[in-house]
Write a new protein. Structure first.
Length: 474
């Protein structure tokens, strides 16, 4: 039994067995017999004793039966529960129910649901009512607002919101002592830093975007995924050697989890821009040899799961426990999923709910225990299915990306054959000369430095590799 669970058991035991507020809440619940007007009081007592997941059904039913919630205290209570259990428990509710409350957390969820549907004006409407800068959801609301503005092409406004997001995220980080909360704020801040670079890239301000990407700390949780974007930015700048340098970073064993099949597409296109046909062709062939067989096996396995979310949950859970699936590609995809902040938040919330269940199981009052366990099981089943659904969606999205890459590689293979006729370049015949690279082909800006590496190794240089190949185009 964990220390956290033990403490929760003490709290719950005290709450239910002592003649205190929680006993009064229980009496109120018995007398209410479905009268949802009493639910806020019941939820308040549950929350005060750490029973967040057990309170979810009461909050959902309360929202479903009210015309409009007009009590700030209830909104604050809802905010606290959503903060603890995560937004996805409430994303499954209809927008019309969520909109009955002015709780900032619920307005954020409404905006998030609109964002996923591509209704960006609705995003702005949901977030139009000011959220205090110190509110838990403020940094995330700013990120969502900025992303919706960027997708509407309102890049100047998007940049302002992204910068404000960085500022507010940093401010709240300096005040929090909760490890998980701090991690989430740092990830949100870093996503907003990246958002600035993406917006500049969308504006075709590639030099500015290049500098903005470099503002992201390499220790950031999101940094490994961003190398690919930096590589594309370098590609559009015509700095093909730096594009290859960014992509080769993914060969580092420490980044093995960061799988993106489009990396190989971009690498091949870059070689083609340099008219290095042998390298381009080798990349295509290696891609097929590495992923074709494993991909077919994954598709067969996942299709057999259908929409059994428990199986997807168990698949990801096994990966967290370092169990291999026997498929190298699937193991790699699951390893990347384990580092996904959204997945970890869902999974960790599920574990918190299990701690609540373990605590409630220690109660001596069978009737109280039965009611709470029923509520908890309902919330926990929803949470487990949310985890499983997220795993399923993530894996199938990856498979679609791989399939799209196979299609892209097929077209590229034909293009290589077409353009290679008179300019065939064989890496095998010239590899011994080692005359392909030269320092004169290197480019750098004021945030980049050149190291000779005469016996040195700089750990923080990961991701700053750059090739020095000359173009073979005639």
């Amino acid at each position: 039994m964990s220390f956290k669970t033990a403490c929760l058991i003490l709290l719950v035991s005290f709450a239910f067995e002592a003649k205190g507020n929680m006993q009064a809440a229980w009496d109120t619940l018995v007398k209410a017999r479905g009268n949802t007007q009493a639910y806020p009081y019941i939820v308040q007592q549950m929350v005060s004793h750490g029973l967040y997941f057990a309170s979810i059904p009461y909050i959902k039913e309360y929202l479903a039966t009210q015309t409009k919630v007009q009590d700030d205290k209830i909104d604050d209570l809802i905010d606290e529960v959503v903060t603890r259990v995560g937004v996805r428990q409430f994303e499954v509710m209809p927008t019309s129910f969520l909109s009955r409350s002015n709780a900032p957390m619920l307005r954020y969820i409404v905006a998030k649901k609109a964002f996923r549907k591509g209704s960006y004006n609705s995003v702005q409407k949901a977030l139009s009512q000011k959220i205090n800068d110190t509110h838990t959801v403020k940094p995330y609301a700013l990120h969502l607002e900025a992303a919706s503005l960027a997708l509407q092409g309102k890049n100047a406004s998007a940049l302002e919101s992204y910068k404000e997001c960085v500022k507010i995220s940093n401010a709240q980080s300096s005040r929090t002592k909760e490890v998980n909360r701090l991690r989430q704020l740092e990830i949100n801040r870093d996503n907003c830093i990246v958002g600035i670079a993406r917006t500049l890239f969308a504006d075709k301000k590639f030099e500015a975007a290049n500098l903005a990407y470099l503002d992201l700390d390499k220790r950031s949780h999101v940094w490994p995924e961003i190398l690919f974007e930096e590589a594309w930015n370098s590609f559009y700048m015509g700095d093909y050697n730096r594009t290859l340098g960014k992509l080769v970073t993914y060969k580092a064993p420490i980044l093995d989890f960061a799988f993106n099949p489009e990396n190989e597409i971009l690498k091949t296109l870059t070689y083609m821009e340099l008219c290095l046909w042998g390298d381009a062709n080798s990349t295509v062939e290696e891609f097929y040899q590495t992923y074709e067989k494993d991909t077919a096996s994954i598709v067969k396995t996942l299709r057999s799961y259908g929409k059994d979310y428990k199986k997807f949950y168990m698949l990801a859970k096994s990966s967290l426990e370092n169990e291999s699936t026997g498929n190298k590609l699937l193991d790699r995809l699951l390893a990347g999923l384990a580092r996904d902040p959204a997945y970890r938040e869902l999974y960790d919330s599920f574990q918190d709910g299990r701690s609540e269940l373990e605590a409630v199981n220690q109660l001596s009052n069978d009737r109280q225990k039965r009611v709470l366990i029923d509520n908890l099981k309902d919330s926990m089943l929803t949470q487990r299915n949310l985890v499983g659904a997220y795993v399923r969606t993530n894996l199938f999205n990856k498979l679609r990306a791989i399939r799209k890459s196979f299609e892209g590689m097929s077209y590229i293979r034909l293009e290589i054959l077409s353009r290679r006729k008179d300019e065939l370049y064989s890496t095998e015949s010239k590899s011994a000369e080692r005359g392909r690279g030269d320092i004169q082909y290197l480019k750098r800006n004021e945030k980049q430095y050149f190291w000779t590496f005469n016996g040195e190794f700089w750990a923080d240089e990961l991701g700053d590799y750059v090739f020095a190949l000359r173009s073979e185009c005639r």
